[in-house]
Each structure stands twice: as structure tokens, then as C-alpha cells.
Write a protein that binds this ligand. Structure first.
Ligand code: ADE
Length: 230
């Protein structure tokens, strides 16, 4: 069973339209849509925004649906001048950029008493995602790199520069690392797939609503194809 998490209704609505044999169950104020996507048994859910919602949602997917992989779909702000609006970022790894226990000797981003700075995405999911991109998203550039997540909409060049200098992030959003964190604790493979809606700088709050729909469409097209190949 494949788990697919989007933070917002807009990010999961299209999956629901493509699903067959759908059953809906609710828990923790989240609606879990179980059925088949492109022949693959899957459960699609809107987690809500931010790391806590995303972590809770992932744990429910593990406990109640026994998912064997989790994909996080959605949009993100670009942190790299080569990565443009509409392009796709597949996570190599991800971390929580707002975790700060530097006073205790941990590097920024590292959760104290955990054995890793970042959570590594699954190789097989990355490979299938890359192949699916090449097949169904011609003209869209695909990048593989670090996704940095935090409970912040990043919309200033100062913060953006800090995220790049500190973590080498390719894009920033608000859920991916929490999903990865929960997947890691449960030993479940994960991948974050984000389409770029803005540049995470002073233009972000203007660009975001203008490009949100197009970015979401790219991400959905890719994951529908992927589901058929998993
Ligand atoms: N999701 C889309 N754009 C974002 C940004 N600039 N910061 C955080 N999350 C985002």
C-alpha cells in the first residue's frame, strides 16, 4: 500500500478524481481516501500544513494502513537560481531547518539524540520518480537535492540565503522533513516530490498564488505515472 500525503486540499484533489474503489475513513481531523491509483493500492490524505500535522498523518498511515512507502507531494519555494517555477525537485534527503540545539553542541538542523542530521530518501522511489518524470513531464526540469522543511513560509532573500548557506537546500516547504522523520522512525521508505511555485524570496507571496495550480498539476501528473510503476 502506497501512502500519498499532500498538505493542502488543492494538492490531493486530483488524486481523488483518479482513484477507483474508494473508501474514506477519518482520523485526527484528516480524511484518508483508500483505493487504487493507476492499478496500485494507495491511500491519499490531506495532512494539513506544517510539521506536526505531517508527522501525525504519517504515523496514522503506518499504523492503520500499513503503508510500505510514503510519497509527499506538493509545492515548494526554490532555493537555487537554476531551479525555476514549475520545475520538480526529488529529495535526496531532507532536514528540519528550524531545529536548533546548537547550545548543546548539535549542528543546526540536527534533532538532539538522533543519529542522523538528515533523513535519506529511498533509492528505488527516486529511480521510479526520475523515470516517470522523463516519460510524462517533457519540458519540465527535474532536480535531485536536499529539501529543507520548517514551520515557516520563506519569503525573504535573507532567510533564503541563510537556508542555502547553512544547509545547501534545493527547495523549502513545511512538511517533508516531518514525514521523512516519521517514516525513518518506522523504517518505511519515503520520497518528497515538490514542484516549484515561487522563489522563496521577496517575490514569493506574489508568485505563490499565481503559479500554485500549474506547479501542483506537474506534481500530480508525475505521481500518477509513478503509482503505475511501483
Ligand atoms: N511552499 C511553497 N512555497 C513555499 C515557501 N516559499 N516557503 C515555505 N513553504 C512553501
Amino acid at each position: 500500500m502506497l501512502g500519498i500525503i499532500g498538505a493542502m486540499d488543492e494538492e490531493v484533489a486530483k488524486f481523488k478524481e483518479h482513484m477507483t474503489d474508494v473508501e474514506v475513513h477519518s482520523k485526527a481531523s484528516m480524511d484518508f481516501y483508500k483505493g487504487f491509483l493507476n492499478g496500485k493500492e494507495a491511500v491519499v490524505v490531506r495532512s494539513g500544513i506544517g510539521k506536526v500535522n505531517a508527522g501525525i498523518c504519517t504515523q496514522i498511515l503506518v499504523d492503520d494502513y500499513e503503508v510500505d512507502a510514503v510519497i509527499n507531494t506538493g509545492i515548494a519555494g526554490s532555493l537555487n537560481k537554476d531551479i525555476d517555477i514549475g520545475d520538480i525537485v526529488l529529495s535526496t534527503d531532507t532536514l528540519e531547518h528550524d531545529m536548533d540545539a546548537v547550545s548543546f553542541g548539535y549542528p543546526l538542523g540536527q534533532i538532539p539524540r538522533m543519529d542522523t542530521l538528515s533523513f535519506t530518501a529511498d533509492e528505488h522511489l527516486r529511480k521510479v520518480a526520475k523515470e516517470s518524470c522523463d516519460k510524462v513531464l517533457s519540458g519540465v526540469k527535474v532536480f535531485e537535492g536536499r529539501v529543507v522543511s520548517g514551520d515557516q513560509f520563506v519569503s525573504s532573500h535573507e532567510k533564503k540565503d541563510w537556508l542555502v548557506e547553512t544547509f545547501g537546500g534545493y527547495c523549502t516547504e513545511m512538511e517533508g522533513a516531518a514525514i521523512a522523520h516519521a517514516a525513518y522512525l518506522n523504517n518505511i521508505p519515503f520520497l518528497i516530490i515538490r514542484a516549484i511555485s515561487d522563489k522563496a524570496d521577496d517575490s514569493a507571496s506574489m508568485d505563490y498564488p499565481a503559479f500554485e495550480k500549474m506547479a501542483i498539476a506537474n506534481s500530480v501528473t508525475l505521481i500518477l505515472e509513478m503509482a503505475g510503476n511501483l
